[in-house]
Write a protein that binds this ligand. Structure first.
Ligand code: NAD
Length: 307
C-alpha cells in the first residue's frame, strides 16, 4: 500500500512506520493546504491520513485506488464524507483519544477560575499583594457544577470532581436518569443547569441541535458569579450573546479552549475581556494522547487492509 499523509505536522513518522512495520507500505507526505495539493500528492495512494487538508468531492473523484481516509481526530469536517461513501471509500475518525487530557483541562480551567489563579498572578506581577483582589472565592463543597453532555469526557471529569465535594448536575437527554444516578450525579433539565450552577462545563458534540445551545436566553438565567467552561466546540456558544453578558459583567466569566473561529481574530472582543481566559484548542494534548491519536488513526488503516 501507498499511504499519503496529507498534512504532515509531526516531526517524523516514526509512530506510523512502527505500527505498519509488518506491512509492505510506502509513505508519501506533504503539507497540503488546498484540494489541488491533495490531488497532486494522493491521487494514486491506497490510504490517506488526514488532519485539516481539504478533501472535497473533486479531490475524492481523482483518488484512483484509495480505500480509506483516516482522520487524525474526532472531526471529519475537512472530508466530503458523502462523496467518499459514493466512491466506496471509508472515512474513519478517532473519537476517543485524550479523554483524560480534556477532562483534566476542563477541570484545570474550572479550578483556575475558582481560585482566580490567572487574575491573581496578574495582580501580583503588577505589584498588588492584597486580599481584596481575591474576593469572592467559595468552598467547592458548597458549589454546584453543571455538566452539559454525559459522554466519555464528562464522565471522566465527574469522577475527578466528586472528591472535591461539588453538587453535580448533568443534562443529557440521551442518557437515562437511572444511569446518571448510579454514577453519582443528579439528572437535571437545561433550565436547572443554568439557574443553579456555579460552574457550567460543556461537553456536547457540535450538531444542528447543539449549535448556539448556550445563548442569550439561558445565559440570562445564570447566577451573577457563575462561570462557563468550554472544551467542546466553539459554535455551541452564541459568542455575541456571551460577549454581551461578559462585557456587562452579568456572569462571572468564560474559560474557553475552543472558539467559533480558530485561530482567534486579533480584533476579537474576548482578547480585551479580563473575565475571559483562553487556551488554543489544546485540551486534547499530552505527549501520551498524541501517541494514542496517531496509533488509533493508523489502526483504522490496518483494519481496512485486513479486510
Ligand atoms: P461522546 O461522544 O462520548 O459524548 C457526547 C455526549 O453528548 C453523549 O452522551 C450524547 O448523548 C450527548 N449529547 C448529544 N446531543 C446532546 C444535546 N443536545 N444535549 C445534551 N447532551 C447531548 O463525546 P466526548 O468524548 O465526551 O467528547 C465531547 C466533545 O468534546 C466532543 O464532541 C468534541 O467536540 C470535544 N473534544 C474537544 C477536544 C479539545 O481538544 N478541546 C478534544 C476531544 C473532544
Amino acid at each position: 500500500w501507498k499511504i499519503a499523509v496529507t498534512d504532515y505536522e509531526f516531526s517524523n513518522l516514526e509512530i506510523e512506520e512502527k505500527c505498519l512495520s509488518e506491512f509492505n507500505v510506502k509513505f508519501i507526505y506533504g503539507q497540503c493546504r488546498s484540494e489541488d495539493e491533495v490531488i497532486d500528492l494522493a491521487k494514486d495512494a491506497d490510504g490517506l491520513l488526514n488532519q485539516y487538508a481539504p478533501i472535497g468531492r473533486r479531490a475524492i473523484q481523482t483518488l484512483k485506488k484509495c480505500k480509506i481516509i483516516s482522520s487524525y481526530g474526532v472531526g471529519v469536517d475537512a472530508i466530503d464524507v458523502t462523496a467518499a461513501t459514493e466512491k466506496g471509500i471509508m472515512v474513519a475518525n478517532v473519537p476517543d483519544y485524550g479523554v483524560e487530557e480534556v477532562s483534566n483541562h476542563a477541570l484545570a480551567l474550572l479550578f483556575s477560575s475558582a481560585r482566580k489563579i490567572v487574575h491573581l498572578n496578574r495582580k501580583v506581577k503588577t505589584g498588588i499583594w492584597d486580599f481584596e483582589s481575591s474576593v469572592p472565592m467559595y468552598r467547592y463543597s458548597e458549589q454546584t457544577l453543571g455538566v452539559l453532555g454525559y459522554g466519555r469526557i464528562p464522565r471522566s471529569l465527574v469522577n475527578k470532581a466528586k472528591p472535591f465535594g461539588f453538587r453535580i448536575l448533568v443534562y443529557d437527554p440521551y442518557v437515562s436518569e437511572y444511569e446518571m444516578r448510579i454514577t453519582g450525579v443528579e439528572p437535571a433539565s437545561i433550565e436547572q443547569i443554568f439557574t443553579q450552577s456555579d460552574y457550567i462545563t460543556i461537553h456536547v458534540p457540535l450538531t444542528a441541535e447543539t449549535q448556539n445551545l448556550v445563548n442569550k436566553e439561558n445565559i440570562s438565567k445564570m447566577k451573577k458569579n457563575a462561570v462557563i467552561v468550554n472544551t467542546s466546540r466553539g459554535p455551541i456558544i452564541h459568542e455575541d450573546d456571551l460577549i454581551d453578558a461578559l462585557t456587562n459583567e452579568r456572569i462571572g466569566g468564560a474559560y474557553l479552549d475552543v472558539l467559533t473561529e480558530e485561530p482567534i481574530h486579533p480584533d476579537h472582543p474576548f482578547l480585551q475581556l479580563d473575565n475571559v481566559i483562553l487556551t488554543p484548542h489544546i485540551a486534547w494534548y499530552s505527549e501520551q494522547s498524541m501517541i494514542e491519536l496517531r496509533v488509533k488513526a493508523v489502526q483504522n488503516i490496518i483494519n481496512v487492509m485486513n479486510g
